[in-house]
Structures are given as C-alpha cells and as structure tokens.
Design a protein around this ligand. Sequence first.
Ligand code: G4P
Length: 534
Amino acid sequence: MLMSGPDKEEILRRRTFAIISHPDAGKTTLTEKLLFHGGVIHEAGEVKGKSGTKAATSDWMELEKQKGISITSSVMTFNYDTLCINLLDTPGHKDFSEDTYRVLMAVDSAAMLIDVAKGVEERTKKLYDVCRYRSIPIFTFVNKLDREGKSPLDLIDEIEKTLQMQCHPVTWPIGIGNRFRGIYNRLNKKVILYNQQREDDLDVTIIQTNGPTDPQLDTLIEKEILAQMREELELVEGVLPHFEVEDFLSGKISPVTFGSAKQNFGVDIFLKFFCQFAPGAQPRQLQNGNALNPLEDNFAGFVFKIQANMDRRHRDRVAFIRICSGKFERGMKIKHMRLKRELRLAYSNQFIAGDRSTIDVAFAGDIVGVNDTGNFQIGDSVASFGDIQFEDIPKFAPELFARLSVRDALKRTKMQEALQHLSEEGAIQLFIDPYVGTQDPIVGVVGELQFEVLVHRLNDEYNLEVRLNRLPFGVARWPRTKDGKPVDQLKGNFTIYRDAIEQPVILLNQEWDLNWAVRENPDVEFHTSISRAR
Ligand code: G4P
C-alpha cells in the first residue's frame, strides 16, 4: 500500500545527494557553506578546511586529520526551504574509489565540483563515469571564480567534450580572478555583484535586470568586463536549447552554476536551483526485476556502508542503511533477508561527521546508522515484511596484496578478529592461504593508501602492531562454473585461496597468468567479484 498524509509529505521532501570532485577542488569548503546555509553551522569557518591543524567536520578519523584527506564518508542532514537534504560525503582520494562507488549507490543525484583553473580532472572523470553508469542526474558547480582560470566558454566546451554530457549554464560569470565582478542568473535575470574589500569582507549587491544588455549594468561594471560577458552570453543563448528537466533527470544534461565556495558566493543560487530540480527518493531496482516505489508503506532499505569504531570508547560498529521505501521507526522489527531472520533496530543514529544524535523516525531517502553487532554486510537488504532484495553492490577486484603478521604472536586471534571486522566494513579484502591457514592472512586492497590506513587503524583502534609483507600478486579472480557454482580445483596447478566468506579465489601475478588460467580451464568463468552470500 502507498503511504498518505504527513508521512508521505516527509518522503516527498527528502533530497539525497553527494558531491563528487577531484581532491582540492573545494568539496570540504562547499560542504561547509551548504551546512551554513542549512543552519547546521552558524559561522563560516566553524567547519574548517583541512590543511595543517584544522579538522573538517566530515573528516573525523584521526588519519584523515593527519593526512588531510577524506577517507571515510559521512552523512550530513539539513533543512533548507521546505526540503530535508541529506548530503553524503565521498572520499576524494582515488585509493578509496570503492567507498565512493558505494556512496553513489545510495544517492539520488550528485553535484560535480570543478576547479575553474583545472577543468575536468582525472578523478572527476572517473567519478562521473560511475554516475553515468547509474544514470544519476548531475549538477555542476564551477568553483574558485575568485582565482584566475579558464574562460567559461572553454570550460563548458571541455566538460561537454571530456564527459560527453551536455551542459546548461544557469548562471554566468562576470569576469574571473582579479576581474571577477559577479554572476548573471539566467533564470531570473538578476545580477549578483561581488565586491571583495578584504579577505573577510564581501559585499554582495543584487540587481534585477531585464537581461544582459540592461543599461543599468553599464554604470556598475567596467566596460571591458561587461562587453565580454555580453558577448559570451549572446553566444550561449544562441546555441543553448531549452532546459528539459527530463534530460537532466536521465543524466543527459547537467545544469551549471558558477561561484566561489570559499567566498560563499553563488552557493545560495546553487542551493536554490538544487531545491527546485533535484529528484526526491527514486524508485529502486529489485533483483526480481521490479522497482520499489519509495512511497510504499513497507520499510525497506539496504546497507551501503559499515564503519567500525566510530566511537572508540564503545568499540561499536555502525551499519548505514539507505532507506528506499516507507518509514523507519526506532525499535522496529525488520527482516534481514540474507540471514533470513528478524532483528530489532533498537539503536539508530544520524551523523554529522563524528557527532551523532539518536533518531526515532526516518523516511525513504534518509540514511540511518544502526548499531550492529556483526549481523550486517555491505549490500544486505532489510524490510519490515516481504521478500525484498535490492540489487547487488559490486566489489572492486583488489590489485595490491600483502601478508600480514602481528609482532606479538599472542595477539594473532585478535588480529584475525580485527581483520574480519575491517573486511566486513569493505575496507580490505581478506584471503586465506591453504598452506598457511588463518595465522598469517593475506590482505587485498585497491589502492596503496588503503594499506596505510589499515596499519594505522590496526594500531590505533586495536592496539596491534603488524608487519606488512608485500606479495607479488596483482590479480584476484573467483572461479565459477557457467551456472555460478564455486570451482574448487583448476587445471594448470593454480593454488586455490579462500576469501572471507570461504569462497574459492585465485591470486595471480599478472593478466598473463589469468589468460593461461582461462586457456587451461575453458569451462570456468573467472569473476572479478562475486555477489555477497545472501
Ligand atoms: P577538497 O575538499 O575538494 O579537497 O578541497 P577543500 O575544500 O579542502 O579546498 C582546497 C583548497 O581550495 C583550500 O585551500 C580551500 O580554501 C581552497 N578553496 C576552496 N574553494 C575556493 C574558492 O572558491 N576560492 C579560492 N580562492 N580557494 C578555494 P587550502 O589552502 O588548502 O586551505 P585553507 O588554508 O584555505 O583553508
């Protein structure tokens, strides 16, 4: 049955999105300003940038603070206008692309942040590809207009060519860098003048015009800068088709706004535009081929992230559930589809970075963090009734491998437990060597920095000093028969390892070895990942 009344209204006002960007494009800064507009923080600067001693709200882990990178991702909720907005933070570093991928599974739209000087960077492109794969609608925010950068026409051209996506400028910059005078809002024909006196003194004037040629502007903006803006806009208007919301929602066209996150300039326009066009909780694909309507009164969701030790004092573990339909109530009983048993979700939290608050109700579109005593894995589906299985969240095949040993042999069991936790979190993948057993497990990761984080966390959170001996492997594949059954023996003398859920897997040095395995075993399929046991 579909929901009605106030609960339905709550679902309809949810907007859940993530910001994707190359490191340093200004994600932390923009997040801070969005939270500021949402009234979550009250002074710009309360959530600081992440250089040196300052710690950004979203970078709550120690190592993140030290390294100045965002590794884990948190959820920030704020109200703006009539909407309740969930902003999911994504790790910027490439070595954590799998985390980003999972976060993007949990959102309904994304904002792509581009540094005006750097344009489309490598990492932006990769993240964009993930959004494209899921057809997520993408807003584009061109940042750092107060610095010198590329001309807006060149930039739009670059975005369109590199990402094969049409852009639709909503605002247009008036000058750039030292000559930056403000932005023109094409929707309501307002000009927002930017007048920076000092670093901390920004004077903003808003003028209603009747278009870029309005003579009022001649007295306010230098001739050359104005002429350039008029010329560029004339070109843009000449070629720009009408903004079709459908094309945006299907991911074909991206509305572009310009601004400076640091100066909190253009952020409000972005936010208003976002509120007008961002899609609410979308229907979710189920494994049976149906799509689940978010307004269904059956509570259903999936786990997209697990984080251990968020609160060091309690050694807890939190499973983050994206609610896809219905209403969540604290203490409710749910069916855990993989375990085929009922669970009570007694402790539920909402997070702003390290700070958490208990939440009693949440709705489709929201993210809740539930305390987990080891029941959840990434990709698990839960629902208040019925058999609901959401689409799988694919794992990335690890490319770097190391054998781990603990310095204090008496702590071996503890290390195994810790690795089990971290592998359930999806932070690493665990492999057992048939000749060595669980004593010195093998760990696989996608990016180098994940090893560093692993060693740090084992030490910091579990008080374990470990040694990491790198192994020459570069490829992991899960052998399966054509009808999906695990294969325990292969021709060609390949060692069969086991993963954390005891599935057979082969670890190889290079693609060449894989080709050999394929040639020797023509009836076997070699998977880069397998669906988690359900
Ligand atoms: P990230 O999370 O995407 O990695 O980027 P972050 O917000 O940390 O921003 C990276 C750097 O860019 C920071 O400078 C930040 O202040 C600066 N920045 C962000 N937005 C703008 C903008 O609109 N204009 C200008 N001029 N700079 C911007 P930093 O030197 O690393 O830190 P800080 O000392 O400024 O805090």
